[in-house]
Design a protein around this ligand. Structure first.
Ligand code: GCB
Length: 733
């Protein structure tokens, strides 16, 4: 029999680097912690990019009840980022990579008294990914640590964190049957393998065995419609037994039709997820994972990009159970490291070994925005080729993909490596206009009609404290985020060839390097806040479009209470076809439509607004105020500039900051002014400015933006903007 014992209590934590002897002798002075644990749950979320990145220790003794098997293994489900395991002071192993499971056999080293000491480090490294990315690299033993006791004859546990069992279903949709290959690894001569009501005995050769089964009248794993799961089980005569779930389905991806599940077009529309939570970091409980899944189900998504690394097994399990189609990936992100090639390969090997049986996973992601801070050269392409081959060698059933940064030229040779492609675009947020998203995909699709393309990231930050009736890019209001997503939702709808689309991000997440939008340490592109307590308006936009099951109406702007205007727009998102609006009990209007319903109300005091459809209703309170509520404005300077600019009389024969960069650059004098301004900015911004200079795509895009929008984006101060405008007004067009 196998027993799995969770080592959650009894750990002493030492937040200092030291050798193993010192860790063991100082353990009693350590802090009592329970695992899952991270030491960055607070400092990794408060901004300043100054969270503790070091080598720390977890020490714990093992009781004789815990180590009761003929063979004893330690299972670490994640140790971020690099870890070393010591038993009674002797080093038994180490692991590079903070997101996958690994196991170490303890049997031969066990004594009467046993002390386990694990050093875990999230220090900077030039060979283990991730090192440069927009999220906090929480350090710690942040997933379960277990002891696995087995009989002498047992299934494989060590190699790349193997499950000991691999299941490959091949489905014939026309014949309505599946051929299922089950492979197992063990140190026994024979194995019994079962699926459904069938059982086979298999001989073991060199530790390897296999059996093939045919399932007639196969019950398909059919996405969110019917995510049916089978179980495969393997047993040894020693009593060691393992099981895994699997699903029978076919995935195809077509350049025109997009994603096809079990022979039917099945547009993948969903969200990305990071594995962290306000106050807890990445040390999540099962309830936390479950709640995330419930929220993703509520929005009606049918796909999740599990970014930017391997997630907890229990989350992939939830995806299997709920029918989510998953994009799984390794943290090969932002910047290639010459010394990190082996690490990309080992993280991919572990990801595929450990996640292979999940029916939800459709694609393996090779990298994310890897050309953001690295040149496309032979080494980068070669690293991707090796990853791509590894994926295909290990898994002949799934395709590979990359998530590319917007400034990567679409004719770059790196786009030929993965089977299919995807771009992360933020037009309408960081740079450019919303319509540029549409144009990008139209151009791509007409230029490369035979290539599969998807939209792997898009989003806009919103702080739920900020509000506006005239939302604008960069204002961090809940209203701009909602408008942004309204545009993208329509854009996606008109382009069914997009094989998958993923909102960045389902939840706000920890990015200690960020201090912006009125919050420190958070990326606020989530449709839901970091603590999961508030769903932003944009959440309901998608819910209205995707969730067909639960009738609802949602009135936007429930946090935008104080309104400095006599007439105000009330916007309702709903999956119903008719919505009636009432103010203070009086019917204002009734509208038929889809998803977005807009009403105008005249206000003069405090009002109760009610939206009603046949099966649902919602209500909010708003108030007329004589002065704008300053707490709703993030960037007061930028809003001052806008107010000033609106009231300024501009000489339209002369240039101004309202002109597009490319028009200014084309004029000898105005071009000179802009160039000297940009050179100054370059000096101040180093890296970023250099990559803008070297990038024709980015330059073209900036050329189409007005100078004022670029200045606002760059956070220029009010006085310099005004001064620049005065200079440009002195130059005749
Ligand atoms: C990206 C990255 C993601 C960031 C996101 C952002 O393209 O892939 O890791 O968090 O942009 O919000 O800037």
């Amino acid at each position: 029999m196998r027993s799995i014992i969770k080592l959650s209590k009894g750990w002493k934590f030492l937040k200092h680097d030291m050798d193993v002897e010192a860790a063991m002798s100082n353990a009693n002075r350590g802090e009592d912690v329970t695992v899952p644990h991270t030491w960055n749950n607070i400092d990794g979320q408060d901004g300043g990019n100054d969270y503790h990145r070091g080598r720390c220790w977890y020490v714990r003794s093992l009781s004789s009840e815990e180590i009761c098997g003929e063979k004893v293994f330690l299972e670490i489900n994640a140790a971020a980022n690099i870890s070393e395991v010591y038993l009674n002071g002797k080093k038994l192993g180490e692991h590079e990579g903070g997101f996958s499971c690994y196991r170490i056999e303890l049997t031969d080293e066990l004594s009467k008294e046993n002390t386990l000491a694990i050093a875990v480090s999230n220090e900077e490294s030039d060979k283990v990914y991730p090192q440069k990315a927009d999220f906090t690299f929480y350090g710690g033993l942040y997933r379960d640590v277990n002891i696995i006791n087995t009989p002498k004859e047992h299934f494989e546990l060590i190699k790349d964190g193997s499950l000991g069992i691999k299941v490959t279903p091949k489905v014939d949709i026309g014949e309505n049957k599946a051929t299922v290959l089950v492979e197992t690894w063990q140190n026994a001569p024979k194995v019994t393998i079962r699926i459904a009501d069938q059982q086979k005995e298999a001989e073991v050769n060199n530790g390897y065995a296999k059996a093939e089964f045919v399932i007639e009248n196969v019950h398909l794993w059919n996405g969110t419609i019917d995510p049916y799961l089978y179980t495969a089980e393997a047993v040894l005569s020693s009593g060691d037994k393992i099981s895994t779930r699997f699903g029978c389905r076919t995935f195809e991806i077509d350049p025109d039709k997009g994603f096809i599940l079990n022979g039917k077009v099945y547009p993948l529309r969903g969200v990305s997820r990071h594995q962290d939570l306000k106050g807890k970091g990445n040390a999540l409980s099962s309830e936390d994972h479950k709640r995330d899944m419930d929220i993703i189900k509520e929005i009606g998504a049918n796909t999740i990009r599990l970014a930017h690394y391997q997630h907890a097994q229990e989350f992939y399990d939830l995806c299997d159970e709920e029918g989510m189609v998953v994009w799984a990936e390794i943290p090969y992100i932002t910047m290639h490291m010459s010394k990190g090639i082996d690490n990309t390969l080992s993280q991919m090997r572990e990801l595929i070994t450990q996640c292979y049986n999940h029916p939800s996973i459709a694609v393996w992601g090779l990298s994310n925005e890897i050309t953001a801070a690295s040149a496309v050269n032979d080494e980068l392409i070669d690293n991707h080729r090796r990853l791509n081959e590894l994926c295909h060698d290990m898994d002949s059933t799934r395709q590979t993909v990359m998530a590319n940064v917007f400034m990567l030229e679409t004719d770059s040779p790196i786009l030929d490596v993965a089977d299919i492609n995807s771009y992360n675009l933020y037009f309408g947020w960081y740079l450019g206009d919303l319509e540029q998203n549409d144009e990008f995909f139209d151009e791509y699709h007409s230029k490369y009609p035979n290539r599969v393309i998807g939209f792997s990231e898009y989003g806009a930050d919103a702080n739920i404290a900020y509000h506006s009736s005239s939302p604008q890019k960069g204002d961090y209001t809940e209203e701009y985020q909602a408008l942004y997503h309204e545009h993208i939702l329509k854009m996606i709808d008109k382009r069914p060839y997009l094989w998958a689309t993923h909102v960045w991000n389902m939840f706000d997440f920890g990015a200690d390097g960020r201090d912006e939008g009125g919050k420190n340490g958070e990326n606020q592109k989530g449709l839901v806040t970091f603590d999961r307590k508030e769903r932003k308006d944009a959440f309901y936009l998608y819910k209205a479009a995707w969730n067909k099951k639960e009738p609802f109406v949602h009135i936007c702007g429930r946090r935008y209470i104080n309104r400095n205007e006599d007439t105000t727009e009330i916007k309702v998102y709903s999956n119903q076809s008719k919505v009636t609006l009432y103010m203070d009990g009086v019917k204002i209007d009734e509208q038929e439509g889809e998803i977005v319903f807009r009403f105008i109300c005249t206000i003069n005091g405090t009002h109760e607004i009610v939206a009603q459809s046949q099966d649902a209703s919602d209500n909010i309170e708003i108030k007329y105020v004589a002065e704008p509520d300053e707490t709703y404005i993030f960037n007061k300077a930028a809003s001052n500039v806008s107010n000033w600019f609106d009231s300024e009389q501009l000489d339209s024969d002369c240039f101004s900051i309202n002109d597009k960069l490319e028009d200014l650059q084309a004029h000898p004098k105005a071009g000179q002014v802009v160039k000297s301004m940009m050179d100054k900015a370059s000096e101040a911004r180093g890296d970023v400015a250099q990559s803008v200079k070297d990038n024709p795509q980015l330059q073209r895009m900036m050329g189409r933006m007005t100078l004022i929008s670029l200045l606002k984006q760059a956070g220029s101060d009010e006085e310099s903007i005004k001064q620049l405008n005065r200079i440009l007004q002195g130059i005749k067009k």
